[in-house]
Design a protein around this ligand. Structure first.
Ligand SMILES: [Zn+2]
Ligand SMILES: [Zn+2]
Length: 327
């Protein structure tokens, strides 16, 4: 197999030949056909997330075909299309696992972080955390569903039922969620970097009723705001934009420090909430509703060997939609 490998944080990934991995008991070998590039991959490569497995094959938005079944695997057939998400395994016995909150497991395994992921031609995954994928799109189009979609969906649910929804940072997750929210009849307000006309036009094309800079005040107060950009200063900005009782949901795994702000911004039962990881139930829900909502991810394809270029384009805000590596 070929893989793009991170040896040390803050160094480019290197292309390596490796022996094909062998699936252990309960695992499947997946021949990767597409792997999305998520902002979390960037945080790992840039050394913003502590203690990754090293050397590491990043990537946790994996679409591929089942190439081998380990002992005791049921529910998957050879050749079946399968998706591998960020949540790669849980302990099953901690208080979080036993109370329907496996996203908070005390001993989790994360694809492309604590086990090798999908920036490769092949990967091995725990079958219990893999998903059959609907026939809604081709492989590259489905890849961003596996994290931007699933964790985006968890963030969306945390935002509650209000109709006016703000999206801060109009990247991979927001462009999928805007489609879900529009399908649900909600009004989307998209906030981008100041003066980013291209992203604002993209948001309007996907159904946003308004798009502007993150320093602007939306034309109506919001019921909730979702923040996907890793910028702590957006938290007080979003609190200012939500109405009484409104929620600000932070969907990313890493953010720069949140500047201090007056208590008045939080007063009147406004709330701030982070979203960590996903549960398999989140995945089942999203994979069921996404085809009904007609979700189409906008993707830019890169050959696997150009993973560093894809990461740089994401880092520098040059992408519209999601980057996807094709081995
Ligand atoms: Zn657990
Ligand atoms: Zn991700």
């Amino acid at each position: 197999m070929r893989a793009m490998v991170l040896d040390r944080a803050r160094t480019p990934l290197a292309l390596r030949e490796r022996p094909d991995p062998v699936p252990g008991a309960g695992e499947i070998l997946v021949a990767v056909s597409a792997c999305g590039v998520c902002r979390t991959d960037l945080h790992v490569v840039d050394g913003e997330l502590a203690h990754p497995k090293l050397p590491l094959v990043p990537g946790h938005e994996i679409v591929g075909r089942v190439a081998k079944l380990g002992a005791g695997v049921s529910g998957f057939a050879l050749g079946e299309r399968v998706g591998v998400p960020w949540l790669g395994g849980t302990c099953g016995v901690c208080p979080y696992c036993r109370s329907g909150r496996e996203n908070l497991c005390d001993k989790p395994v994360f694809t492309g972080y604590t086990r090798d992921g999908g920036f490769a031609t092949h990967t091995v995954a725990d079958a219990r955390f893999c998903f059959a994928l609907p026939e809604a799109d081709e492989d590259a189009g489905l890849a961003p569903w596996l994290c931007a979609g699933l964790i985006g969906w968890r963030s969306y649910r945390m935002a509650g039922e209000g109709e006016a929804l703000g999206l801060y940072g109009f990247g991979a997750a927001a462009h999928i969620l805007a489609q879900v929210a529009k399908w649900k009849g909600r009004r989307i307000y998209a906030f981008t970097r100041k003066g980013d006309e291209a992203a604002q036009g993209f948001a309007r094309a996907l159904g946003a009723v308004w798009a502007g800079g993150s320093d602007e005040t939306p034309p109506e107060p919001l019921d909730a705001a979702l923040i996907f950009a890793p910028v702590g200063a957006l938290v007080p900005a979003a609190l200012k934009a939500v109405k009484k009782g409104g929620r600000v949901v932070c969907g990313g795994i890493h953010m720069s420090d949140i500047p201090s702000f007056p208590y008045a911004l939080l007063w009147e039962e406004r709330g701030i909430q982070s979203v960590a990881n996903l549960t398999r139930q989140d995945a089942r829900e999203f994979l069921a509703i996404a085809p009904k909502a007609g979700i189409k991810a906008e993707v830019t394809r890169y050959p696997l060997e150009r993973a560093n270029e894809a990461l740089a384009d994401l880092r520098d805000g040059r992408l519209q939609g999601a980057a996807v590596l094709i081995p």
